[in-house]
Design a protein. Structure first.
Length: 93
């Protein structure tokens, strides 16, 4: 990874559970994904946030993406990393 500054994204509270990965780790992985796909990290963050917000009200629950995160060892059981994984898969389509 280059010496790109890693943004400090503002993650919403997770209702009904908790994030398992550190914010710094999630922010670093979003920045790396952005570099890999040639987009701005803020754009990746916005897409990950959109995937997380299944209700459309700006909140994240322990259902949906958050529950499925436990099934993917690459996501450290963190819903934000699971949403990032979904975003990355979409980039390959």
């Amino acid at each position: 990874m280059s010496e790109t500054e890693i943004p400090d994204f503002d993650w919403p509270e997770l209702s009904g559970g908790s994030y398992t990965a550190e914010d710094d780790e999630v922010n670093r992985r979003i920045t790396e994904a952005a570099e890999e796909h040639g987009v701005d990290p803020e754009e990746v963050y916005e897409n990950v946030s959109f995937i997380l917000d299944a209700s459309g009200d700006g909140s994240v629950t322990a259902e949906g993406v958050a529950v499925s995160a436990g099934e993917n060892p690459d996501t450290e059981s963190d819903s934000r990393l699971e949403a990032l994984s979904i975003w990355e898969m979409r980039q390959g389509l």
